[in-house]
Design a protein around this ligand. Structure first.
Ligand SMILES: C[S@@+](CC[C@H](N)C(=O)[O-])C[C@H]1O[C@@H](n2cnc3c(N)ncnc32)[C@H](O)[C@@H]1O
Length: 295
């Protein structure tokens, strides 16, 4: 596999690739909208997608076209179903999707959220109205709503892994427990799919369980929630082999790409925000360099 990271805007990438391209070639990072880019990728070319889309109405990544700021929950879910239809097309028939998604509470009539010095993308100038059927203070249940929507769209829902965060953010709430977990769903494209249960074992060599304790780990320079590499590693090892292509349509700081390359896999990433593309390019570029030196 060629060992140079290709970084380009979607327009430049597809112009250069007019004669066709192979996802299993050089790792690539494309700046653009994920559904538009996915629609132009060859079908059946990636083995696994490991991703974390923006959560609904929780983050403002400051760029037009971003997912997560839809005025209604239904519009957000519909947008993600479209993105993951594109992922399903691009996956091989035995491919899988590991999807991390967080939940939120209804805004309770609040129309904005104050900036947070440590995490500027938490500031929101708009908050969507309470979805129909829910009340102020209700937990929305976004992960399961999305899981059911993807199941209805044809995905096989195979596991709901609870990502337990032993170092979760404290919350100033007094009328419910502090939220300390997120979901990581495993979906497959077909009934039979690549899953190498022996590649990652639990304590006493038993089959992996569905609650994973993984500390959150901020990545320097990224002012938004990044995957801890330890959350991505088992997904790569369980559902891909050396040389297989891993996909991330919401690349952010590039954790999935860096981990995939460290494990000898290929990578294709899409990110809308050019500033984050730069960040991810640096991080994935470091992994590419290390791999070249080790070869
Ligand atoms: C939760 S972050 C991903 C973090 C990533 N897992 C990491 O470890 O850094 C979601 C990312 O999706 C990007 N994004 C939002 N809308 C997008 C779109 N339409 N197409 C591509 N990327 C988008 C945001 O800019 C943000 O970087």
């Amino acid at each position: 596999m060629a060992q140079r990271l290709k970084i380009a805007t979607a327009a430049a990438f597809f112009k250069r690739a007019r004669g066709g391209f192979d996802l299993a070639g050089s790792p690539a990072l494309v700046q653009g909208d994920s559904s538009k880019v996915l629609a132009r990728l060859p079908p059946g070319s990636a083995q696994c997608c490991i991703t974390s889309p923006p959560y609904w109405s929780l983050r403002d990544y400051g760029i037009a076209g971003q997912v997560g700021l839809e005025a209604s929950l239904d519009a957000y879910l519909a947008k993600l179903v479209t993105v993951f239809d594109g992922v399903r097309r691009v996956l091989k028939s035995d491919g899988t999707l590991w999807l991390n998604i967080g939940d939120s509470y209804t805004s309770g009539g609040r129309t904005w959220r104050a900036p947070d010095k440590k995490n500027p993308v938490r500031a929101m100038s708009v908050r969507p109205p309470t979805p129909q059927g829910l009340k102020p203070k209700d937990l929305v249940g976004v992960p399961w709503r999305l899981a059911f929507a993807l199941q209805a769209a044809g995905w096989y829902l195979r596991a709901d892994v609870v990502w337990n965060k032993p170092n979760c953010q404290p919350e100033s709430v007094k009328d419910r427990p502090t939220r300390s977990h997120e979901y990581l769903f495993l979906f497959s494209k077909s009934e039979q799919y690549l899953y190498q249960a022996d590649a990652v074992r639990g304590p006493n060599a038993r089959n992996l369980r569905t609650v994973w304790d993984v500390h959150t780990q901020p990545y320097r320079d990224a002012h938004f929630a990044t995957f801890p590499p330890a959350l991505v590693e088992p997904c790569v090892q369980l559902c891909t082999r050396e040389g297989d292509v891993v996909l991330d349509p919401f690349t952010g700081s590039g954790t999935t790409g860096a981990v995939a390359l460290q494990h000898g896999r290929g990578f294709f990433g899409v990110e809308l925000n050019p500033a984050y593309v730069k960040l991810a390019a640096r991080r994935i570029g470091e992994a590419v360099k290390k791999r070249r030196l080790a070869a």
